[in-house]
Design a protein around this ligand. Structure first.
Ligand code: ADP
Ligand code: MG
Length: 214
């Protein structure tokens, strides 16, 4: 199977080529058709199995191929438990958006709040964030999620371990409309709370559990 077997914009295929990435990993091959079909997804696969592109590619494709619900609000919000993990995802996202007209921002805990408010005022299409800080900006009305099309929770098990469930619920509530798609990724599914969170946040989700790394 090749990335060109999926209905991905040719700019995305070009970017993958430049990144030296040719063949989808198991979680990418499993997640892409579900996510591209607009369905909610709960996916688990090990660290290093390529989960980032499993959600970034459908996210970019959705933004490229569909009309925005709102001119101002972000279209895609990707949440991660830590700054380090968020920076890794943001680096891959920037490579993919560089080949398009879309803007991306990262909004992480520990960075200057006012600078972030200015970055949000520039109306990025994609935001990579840690949950606490994005919840703060929502509370300050620096950000609205009425037009959010895709909410992605990466490392959901670790976000729960770090006590981010209330912020995840607040963010979800701010983006609660019929057209929103939600993707949840996790390294494990052992966490009891993860099933409760998935039941609350996901709408009739597909389930994908991958054992292999490649
Ligand atoms: P995970 O989130 O599952 O821990 P990552 O998305 O961080 O995994 O990917 C791990 C590494 O594998 C990264 O360096 C990434 O660039 C690389 N990678 C991802 N997908 C592929 C692929 N299809 N082919 C080759 N390398 C890939
Ligand atoms: Mg990851």
């Amino acid at each position: 199977m090749q990335f060109s077997d999926f209905s991905l914009d040719k700019r995305l295929l070009q970017s993958l080529k430049h990144m030296g990435i040719e063949t989808p990993t198991a979680v990418q091959a499993g997640a892409l058709p579900i996510a591209l079909a607009g369905k909610d997804l709960m996916a688990s696969s090990k660290t290093g199995s390529g989960k980032t592109l499993a959600f970034l590619l459908p996210a970019l494709q959705r933004v490229i191929a569909t009309r925005a619900l709102s001119k101002k609000d972000p279209r895609v919000l990707i949440l991660l438990p830590t700054r380090e993990l968020a920076n890794q995802v943001y680096a891959q996202l920037r490579l993919l958006v560089a080949n398009t007209q879309y803007r991306a921002a990262s909004i992480l805990g520990g960075e200057n709040f006012n600078d972030q408010a200015k970055a949000l005022a520039k109306e990025p299409h994609f935001i990579v964030a840690t949950p606490g800080r994005i919840a703060d900006h929502l509370a300050q009305r620096h950000l609205f999620l009425n037009g959010l099309e895709l909410l992605i929770l990466d490392e959901a098990d670790r976000m729960l371990d770090l006590g981010f469930a209330p912020q995840l619920r607040a963010i979800h509530a701010a983006a609660d409309h019929r057209r929103r798609q939600t993707l949840m990724f996790s390294a494990t599914l052992d966490h009891n709370e993860i099933h409760a969170l998935a039941a609350e946040l996901l709408n009739n989700p597909e389930h994908l559990a991958i054992d292999a790394v490649h």
